[in-house]
Design a binder for this molecule. Sequence first.
Ligand code: GDP
Length: 222
Amino acid sequence: YGDYNQKIDYVFKVVLIGDSAVGKTQLLARFSRNQFNVDSKATIGVEFQTKTLIIDNKTVKAQIWDTAGQERNWGCLELEDMMVPPGGVWVSNGAIDFNTATVVSACNFILASVAYWYRAVTSAYYRGAVGAMLVYDMTKRQSFDHMARWLEELRGHADANIVIMLIGNKCDLGTLRAVPTEDAQEFAQRENLFFMETSALESTNVETAFLTILTEIYRLIS
Ligand code: GDP
């Protein structure tokens, strides 16, 4: 009930980043609604969920943003619209002229559009974020190896004081582990990140991870 006349002291925007399929959407579903959908469909575009909690007697509204690993959003581009139409309207004599210059400029146009769009979406995503969760799948080494790149993107776009937590998700699949805890700990220490292993499926450490990052943000801001 309280939600309607509750006084909100702080709103904290936290973004989830990492490769697709590492479990970002399920971590968010677990934290905000205590749900896990076995059949989760791909996240389309960007969405956020909110959860209000009390930290140190203050009402904090956590606004957690989730996106597909960005690459899935490329659907927005409507690449078809950029392709050479049948009949070759692109060139004056009515035929498709596939000389090198045409192909190169077409490719450049597409690449420039992708880059422009990607930068716009990316900076909107990070704008105003005070926390970030860098999520990898502990059964997929590659998703951990990509953490450095995600961190670089994050540091390039986000506020310098952003609180960052490294999350190794899917710890329920312990027998398939491909990333030793020590590797992640070492990376986190070197990069000055908080670190936790979680399972959205079994609910392990999910609440703790979000509470830790939100409390840390609160300590920095208040
Ligand atoms: P996202 O692309 O990073 O948002 O990943 P999703 O949340 O869509 O999850 C990708 C897949 O991993 C889905 O099939 C989920 O059911 C599964 N998954 C997510 N979290 C866990 C977890 O903690 N344990 C296990 N075993 N599977 C998970």
